[in-house]
Design a protein around this ligand. Structure first.
Ligand code: DOR
Ligand code: ZN
Length: 346
């Protein structure tokens, strides 16, 4: 039985670190990753290179001394974004990618794209300069059922967009459906997808069966079991176009536990432990490193991290905090109740 594995240091290709007291509370939990793509959906959103550089400085201040994490900043695409600003921030080494939120799709997405024709020249300039577009792939049409919004987005928005701009490098973020898996598999070299830890572990029953559980609610919302199984196959199957983006998205318990609670699962503290468990269950521990540490870097045309981490397996699951403190409030850690056998070695 394997009870210790080493991995090149993992990267997190989709992470929310927030700002202020929340940033101070959550950043240490991602400090052991190598690179992390930092989501720009602050209030107000990160829309200029100057703002991205200042946000990066705040993140560096929030990280513990000696942290491995190298934040990879993103700009939030709006209808008003200028191509020249993106290209300058990219060429200047300030940003790694640009994030597309359809307006209204999720947390702090009100400034997102409302008119895809208007951003077309920006997408063309990004394709030309080699800037990756990270896409939140859900339509916002209220007539579309929330469980269908990813599949419909592929047909209505993403596929037409990629046909218009085939050279654009696109990461379909946090895919949650078998349609997403199939689309990315068939999509050629300029398309990849991140998969979260939580979408490998829960299906929609976790949110809705036997009582409503807001801590499992995120966007895109977890789908039925067949989709979770398709995601597990994609993540653990060794295909280079799928890689880890945790989408760790902390909200205070007060913000989640209310009549209209926020979307997001805070997975950073246990994410590698849970992922290792998932890969072990699938008999795929030998493919974990590809998913966490190699495939994403390759898509972003970066070398994999040279240093390594180790995870060790204990015989009995460990106790771990179900909440952390953040600015006088609490944030619940995913997954309260999931057995944690694998631990990062000190
Ligand atoms: O569940 C989510 N939370 N999905 C997103 O797309 C955004 C994120 C957040 O910022 O809270
Ligand atoms: Zn996200």
């Amino acid at each position: 039985m394997t009870d210790r594995i080493t991995l090149r240091r993992p990267d997190d290709w989709h992470l929310h670190l927030r700002d202020g007291a929340m940033l101070a509370a959550v950043a240490p939990h991602s400090a052991g990753f190598g690179r992390a793509i930092i989501m720009p959906n602050l209030i107000p959103p990160v829309v200029t290179g100057t703002q991205a550089a200042a946000y990066r400085d705040r993140i560096m201040e929030a990280l513990p001394h000696g942290a491995a994490l190298q934040p990879q900043m993103t700009l939030y695409l709006t209808d008003a974004t200028k191509a020249a600003d993106i290209v300058a921030a990219f060429r200047g080494g300030v940003i790694r990618a640009v994030k597309l939120y359809p307006a209204g799709a999720t947390t702090n997405s009100a400034s997102g794209v409302t008119d895809f024709d208007r951003v077309q020249p920006v997408l063309e300039a990004m394709a030309e300069a080699g800037v990756t577009l990270c896409v939140h792939g859900e339509v916002t049409d209220p007539a579309v059922d929330i469980f269908d919004r990813e599949a419909v987005f592929i047909d209505r928005v993403l596929d037409p967009l990629r046909r218009r701009t085939p050279e654009l490098r696109v990461v379909m973020e946090h895919i949650t459906t078998s349609e997403g898996v199939a689309y990315v598999r068939a999509g050629g070299d300029n398309l990849a997808a991140t998969i979260t830890t939580h979408h490998l572990v829960i299906n929609r029953n976790a949110i809705l069966a036997g009582g409503i559980r807001p801590h499992y609610y995120c966007l895109p919302v977890a789908k039925r079991e067949s989709h979770r199984l398709a995601l597990r196959e994609a993540a653990t199957g060794g295909e280079a176009r799928f890689f880890l983006g945790t989408d760790s998205a902390p909200h205070t318990d007060a913000a989640k536990l209310q009549p209209c609670g926020c979307a997001g699962c805070f997975t950073a503290p246990n994410t590698l432990s849970i992922l290792t468990h998932v890969f072990e269950d699938e008999g795929a521990l030998d493919r974990l490193e590809g998913f966490t540490s190699i495939n994403g870097a390759a898509f972003y045309r970066l070398p994999p991290n040279e240093d390594r981490i180790a995870l060790v397996k204990r015989d009995t699951p460990a106790e771990y905090p179900t909440q952390i403190a953040a600015g006088g409030e609490t944030v619940t850690v995913f997954d309260p109740g999931f057995p944690i056998y694998w631990h990062l070695e000190d």
